[in-house]
Design a protein around this ligand. Sequence first.
Ligand SMILES: [Zn+2]
Length: 327
Amino acid sequence: MTGGSEHHKEAIAALAEREYSRSGDEYTRAAWRRLADPRDDLGPFDSDEKGWVGRGVQSLVTAALAYRVAGDTARATRRAVQGVAIARDLGTTADHPAQSACFTEFVGDLRAAAGLDGVTDAYQSAEQAYREAGDSIDSPQTWGTTPLFEAASGTIKQLARGPANGEIAVKWEDLHGADPGSPGDFLAARGVYKRQRFASLVDTAVSDGYLAAPRGTTEYDNSNHRCPQCGSNDVNWAGGNVLCMRCSTPAERRWVSADRYGRSISSTRIRTFWTTEHAFPARSRYLSVHFLNGRAVSMDDINTWVVLQEAILIPTSGNLGSRTGQG
Ligand SMILES: [Zn+2]
């Protein structure tokens, strides 16, 4: 396993809970682990054409952002200063000048995330470094899809989801030039774009008090989940979390609305269900389940309505060995 994945998961879960200070802490811990051990058997100073260590620097960028959104400017600054020192150091030990330029691009991200000055200078330095590296770059698209470059484009994509209703607001074409035959300019376009957009996206996130989760695997109109906040059925599986694609709130598992024969179950009709043991304190038994506002509720042992988390739908006269519904 890549170092820091648990902390990365927690960092995203904290974003979903709108606990930005805690998210900053978890992104920081993910960063430190990822920097120390980018991959199994791969150290941060080893020769690595993929540049896995960039994911550690990315986590510092996101940590600084989360602290900014939390209103903790001092910690954001310290995280960015730390990140700048690390990115500069890694830039000097990178295998290829294109990678060194990418670490300079990170310096711009870190400064922009924390609201420090020198953002424009950092991006312009990166652009110049890409252009100077141009002659040594065969395929700029190949470099652009390595983990290092994807790490350096990840945070601006995440940031841009907030004001874009969770959609992809920064595309590959936005960040890269039109002509791969001109490799230096192709990659320098990253700096140009970020110079124009990164800081203003940060300002929007800070003034909205909202940082969206990164976009993972998404599905539109998923029938099993629903957002308790905005009601959307569009789901984003991000870093081990199941979130609303629109507003990054944890998605709730939705109840089946039809039985195994496709008959719909109205919100007022009582059906018989068998709950799973972990979802309901009473062990396997038949319960009357009532659908209320999209939730399934039932009476517990002291006659109180409780919301059921999960159940397996079995027709009362059906075969108990054949489990249906949403498990
Ligand atoms: Zn939502």
